[in-house]
Design a protein around this ligand. Structure first.
Ligand SMILES: CC(=O)SCCNC(=O)CCNC(=O)[C@H](O)C(C)(C)COP(=O)(O)OP(=O)(O)OC[C@H]1O[C@@H](n2cnc3c(N)ncnc32)[C@H](O)[C@@H]1OP(=O)(O)O
Ligand SMILES: O=C(O)CCC(=O)C(=O)O
Ligand SMILES: [Mg+2]
Length: 486
């Protein structure tokens, strides 16, 4: 492959620390239950993350309980590979509480920028160095591995940062996390910072923790890894304080795409993303990289024509990496090639002239929305004058009630359902159910497929299907009169 995007900057020795359960729960409005945390932790381990930051036990009883039980899963061998990390302030009480649960590692954070020293900790640099040394040593006395986190490291004076990292290393920390706590680093500065630290303070391994306030978290994390960081902190869907931190899914795919490193099983990413979306209640936008609904949906005719010949024309990596599939929409942006391919997929062959007419009609009708296959076939029938849709003697009509998962937007689910072929009407309703659908199918097998598609839609918890046995046509005389004073 040529060009800038095809360059391989070289291989990296790097793994992921997932902090969905700690940093991710610092997202405003997010609170996972203990059971949800266990489920997320198990899936993260299955995916192959190197470390799970399970929480900060001193925060609240349920946070402590989740950390305790995740450590229990590790002990029982249910979580197999991931190292379990407990977060802690540089305070004896926090360290004792964290260490008493016997995690693999305690991570002790302490702000190292002058802003943090002066306004938050209200200590001098000398005092800070002795607190860092003492607290790391105190944790080590409890028999756990220790990571020291230099919080706000990217705004710290470099000379002092070096002293702080040395103090942590000399007291027994084998890892140091360099945190871009307010997301102000640039990739170039980040790479140089890690290169310098590795030169000036060898003998420890480095983590990078990059916030996304300026949308640079992924770029900064990759740059840090190029500079020598061996662990990248991520959260599923990029959850975290303010704009969050580097999203697991983006970092994992970028590492494979750019460096040929597969740090997690990419095929588990869609499941992880949906699970965390559901439990966090934070919706994944359709245009989110990797996990967004539109990540592999093409629209413009020129793109579709290219993708039909070779998907690489408009895809940086194939959806198959994630077990996803590509698709394209039919609307006013469609061109001849895409339209023809779609018609062929539907088993419809048309002449050049008919194709042109259908295209004109598509462009005239679609407006802001995209056309379903059914709509397209209807247009094609009108243009060609041929019956293109098989018409069995009877159609089955059904009403399907849908209950949505807690914490999902009913309107998003309704929108997803509305594009399922066979779904003719969608209404959001009050009462026990959230959505009512009118469905039409040509056979019981087809009805079953439609219902399966509904049940498999993200956000759908439960469905109930009622077959319509008979419709009673209302004669004019039987039609209820509008209430009026007349
Ligand atoms: C950048 C990051 O995200 S780091 C992770 C931050 N994590 C959290 O804050 C977890 C959620 N926090 C909490 O539940 C609470 O803040 C607790 C339990 C940690 C502490 O609660 P409280 O004791 O009531 O203190 P409060 O939150 O009001 O203030 C923080 C105190 O911790 C001190 N502190 C802050 N950071 C540190 C640190 N790294 N090491 C030691 N002490 C610290 C502050 O100076 C302040 O002390 P003060 O009360 O003497 O002024
Ligand atoms: O412990 C860490 O590595 C990071 C702490 C944190 O969340 C931050 O500084 O933003
Ligand atoms: Mg953070």
């Amino acid at each position: 492959m040529g060009g800038v995007g095809g360059e391989r900057p070289g291989s990296l020795r790097v793994g992921l620390l997932d902090s969905t359960l700690r940093e991710g729960e610092q997202t405003p409005g997010v609170s996972f239950t203990v059971e949800q945390k266990l489920e997320i932790a198990r899936l993260l381990d299955q995916a192959g993350v190197a470390m799970i930051e399970a929480g900060h036990p001193s925060v609240a009883p349920d946070v402590r309980e989740a950390v305790r039980r995740i450590i229990g899963l590790k002990r029982e061998g249910i979580i197999r590979g991931a190292e379990i990390v407990a977060h802690s302030r540089a305070a004896r009480s926090d360290i004792e509480e964290a260490a008493s649960l016997e995690p693999d590692r305690v991570a002790i954070f302490y702000g190292v920028s002058d802003i943090h020293l002066r306004y938050k900790h209200r200590v001098s640099r000398e005092e800070a160095l002795s607190i860092i040394g003492e607290m790391v040593e105190y944790a080590r006395e409890h028999g756990v591995k220790v990571r020291f986190t230099a919080e706000d490291a990217t705004r710290a004076d470099y000379g002092f940062l070096v002293e702080a990292v040395r103090a942590a290393r000399d007291a027994g920390a084998d890892r140091v996390s360099i945190a871009d706590t307010v997301g102000i680093a640039t990739p170039y500065a980040m790479r140089r910072l890690f290169e310098s630290l590795r030169r000036d303070v060898p003998g420890v391994e480095y983590d990078v923790h990059a916030h996304n306030d300026l949308g640079l978290a992924v770029a900064n994390s990759l740059a840090a890894a190029e500079g020598g960081a061996t662990i990248i902190h991520v959260t599923v869907n990029g959850l975290g304080e303010r704009a969050g931190i580097a999203p697991l899914e983006q970092v994992a795919v970028a590492l494979k795409r750019h460096y040929g490193v597969e740090v997690v099983d990419l095929k588990l990413i869609p499941q992880l993303s949906r699970l965390v979306e559901r439990y966090s209640g934070v919706p994944v936008p359709p245009n989110a990289p990797v996990v967004g609904e539109n990540a592999f949906i093409h629209k413009a005719g020129v793109h579709v024509a290219g993708v039909l010949r070779n998907p690489e024309t408009y895809e940086p990596y194939p959806p198959e990496w994630l077990g996803r599939t590509r698709d394209y929409t039919i609307d006013k942006y469609t061109g001849r090639r895409g339209l023809q391919a779609r018609l062929e997929r539907l088993g419809v062959r048309v002449s050049e002239e008919e194709l042109q007419k259908i295209l004109q009609e598509v462009k005239r009708r679609s407006g802001a929305r995209w056309l379903r296959d059914e709509d397209l076939l209807e247009i094609a029938e009108e243009v060609t004058g041929r019956a293109l849709r098989p018409r069995p003697p009877e159609e089955i009509e059904a009403l399907v009630t849908v209950k949505c998962e807690a914490n999902v937007y009913t309107t998003s689910v309704a929108r997803r359902l509305s594009v399922i072929p066979g779904v003719e009407e969608v209404a959001e309703v009050t009462g026990e159910n959230d959505i009512l659908l009118r469905v039409r199918a040509r056979s019981p097998v087809e009805l079953n497929q439609v219902v399966e598609a509904i049940r498999g839609t993200r956000g759908v918890r439960e469905t109930y299907t009622m077959l319509v046995l008979r419709r009673i046509p209302l004669s004019d005389g039987a039609r209820p009169q509008a209430a009026g004073r007349g």
